[in-house]
Design a protein around this ligand. Structure first.
Ligand code: ADP
Length: 241
């Protein structure tokens, strides 16, 4: 499913967080929203998801205007910063949450939900932890559960807000590889937020560079390196490669 962001402007009080942002995110691509803290990445992701509304502009999924649709009706999977698992629910119950919450006519039967949860637990390679609570999991395990929960309703769009930010370097590397493999298998249209340049360049098909609420550049990772005017990207992030 393709995503079009068309002229989005967002204000928090008098402060303008996004300035007339337009973007095309092609079907099946893994896109990184890259930029320093405060550049508007999370706000843009939340507007695409329908978790936040904008003062101006439209969001289109496959050409259909979804701007007025509630997050529930957009059929997206969302992975929050710091996992945001429900502490009082087990791993299996966390994964089933989105399915249990569907309106009755769309909700699978109880045995179907159990089957889907079992498949997702296999996919994240944690079937042995189905009855644990989040507090009993490592950071990497929590993040895999958060991904399984986001995928339970079989969305065609997967949105991830700093998915690896809280993890140590080795786990982050494993999970990156794993997300890439998952993406390649299921061909979601995926967008993830990061301020880590290396992560954006390694993991994505397309990098959207943001600064102060504006899109500065959209390119494939290789082209970002190649373009002579890309230098500012590395400068404003405080790295020189
Ligand atoms: P990023 O994800 O790039 O770090 P954000 O989208 O979180 O940036 O924030 C962009 C700007 O909007 C920041 O200056 C931030 O302080 C401001 N902002 C974000 N959310 C709110 C909010 N709920 N209320 C007021 N200001 C906000």
């Amino acid at each position: 499913m393709s995503i079009v962001v068309d002229g989005i402007s967002k204000y928090f009080g008098n402060f303008q967080a996004l300035h007339d942002v337009s973007l095309e995110l092609p079907e099946g691509k893994l896109t990184a929203l890259l930029g320093p803290s405060g550049s508007g990445k999370t706000t843009l992701l939340r507007i695409i998801a329908g978790l936040e509304s904008a003062e101006r502009g439209r969001i289109l999924f496959n050409g259909q205007d979804v701007t007025a649709l509630h997050v529930r009706d957009r059929n997206i999977g969302f992975v929050f910063q710091h996992y945001a698992l429900f502490r009082h629910l087990t791993v299996a119950q966390n994964i089933a949450f989105g399915l249990d919450a569907l309106p009755r006519r769309e909700r699978p039967s109880k045995p179907e939900i159990r089957k889907r949860v079992a498949e997702l637990l296999e996919m994240i390679q944690l079937p042995h932890l189905a009855n644990r609570y989040p507090s009993q999991l490592s950071g990497g395990q929590k993040q895999r559960v958060a991904l399984a929960r986001a995928l339970a309703t079989q969305p065609r769009i997967l949105l991830l807000d700093e998915p690896f930010g809280a993890l140590d370097a080795r786990v982050r590397k494993d999970l990156r590889r794993w997300l890439r493999a998952l993406h390649d298998e299921f061909h979601f249209t995926s967008v993830f937020v990061t301020h880590d340049q290396e992560e954006a360049l390694e993991l994505s098909d397309q990098v959207v560079v943001m600064s102060q609420g504006r899109v500065e550049q959209v390119d494939a990772p290789a082209a970002l390196y190649a373009r002579p005017d890309s230098r500012f990207v590395f400068d404003f992030l405080g790295h020189v490669n």
